[in-house]
Design a protein around this ligand. Sequence first.
Ligand code: ATP
Ligand code: MG
Length: 396
Amino acid sequence: KDRAVQVVFHALTDTGAVDPQVLFVGGCVRNTLLGLPPGDMDLATVHKPEAVTRRLEAQGVRVIPTGIDHGTVTAVVDGKPFEITTLRRDVETDGRRAVVAFTDDWREDAARRDFTINTLLADADGNIYDPTGKGLSDLETHRIVFVGDASQRVAEDHLRILRFFRFYALYGAGTSPDAAALAACRGGTDKIGTLSRERITQEMVRILMVDHPAGILGLMFENGVMRDFVHPEYQALRLNALAKLQNMYAAPDLAARMAVAANAQPNWVDQFDKYIVFSNALRGDLILILKVLAAAANMKAHEVIYRFGNRAALQAHLVHHAMAGTEPAASDVDVLKNWRAPTLPITGDDVMKAGVERGPDVGRILKTIEEWWIAEDFRPNESACRARVKDEAAKL
Ligand code: ATP
Ligand code: MG
């Protein structure tokens, strides 16, 4: 019924054609059947990328060649992006990325996809197509099963190991992992390091963001996958801490989770670098939490908030408790969330008005007053601070 969907399907479908020419595929079909938000809209089509672009542009649709070498373009209709990929089959694989050729056979396209639940197709009216004949039943029984021979599929692209654990964590609830899949993952684990860090990051971040990352990381480590992601010596400890942490937050907090995985050690961030390409924001968040943890042991909550901000102060507090195996007090959490740090009541101008000449002494005195004001629990008001400035100026 969605207008944008109608536009795309209309542009890519010749009237009177017998076979479908464009269908939804992958996560959006799977999630919709599970009653979950669809996520990104992936479409598969028999048309080649140039034809897809031409047909859509003829309807006034903006088309961006997002992945033209592997046959993907992105159409934007009513502000909604649709990733449209031409049907493909694998022709050659090197374990890092599959080399593909176009096809017009839906079964061939399904055969190069990773898991049966990811091969399901749907048309604009919601009719479902199950080209492997197994996708629907595996989805119903929460079974994450490779399409075809598990070991071969892993050997073709080792990223599928991480994808297996991600999909098992997300959609495998209540089942034990497929034995063939697990064996294949175990067998290919030493090749993960040959994948690009960008690809590993995409999957690892999503694994860390699942509701219960401790469980899935535990299963991965037991099977030798990404063993050195968390310091081996502290692995059991840190998985317990992750399990604790995830109960303290309503929504997953990636930086806090990574701080636990890093055992609160700044130098472990370098170890993550082996696998993870950090965004500046994530690296900044993580480093700040570790900094607060190192600095905050002897500080009152108010001081931590003043120096590092509410967000980092709360993250560090929860990480600290998760790692210590203790419960944060609700009253502390309330303060860390809601107390707004005041600003120092005086500025450099006040110091100069007290007769100090412009120069390094101004900043030094201001710093002294600030430290005193913090130690006094932010209580001294403007006149008290000014009086203190006079005392300091007199010492010069
Ligand atoms: P979500 O987007 O919700 O994480 P998804 O299933 O859509 O899940 P994507 O990574 O967006 O996952 O990939 C889209 C589809 O492309 C998948 O459903 C799968 O059919 C196929 N696919 C993606 N990556 C691979 C891969 N490494 N090997 C085989 N097939 C893959
Ligand atoms: Mg997707």
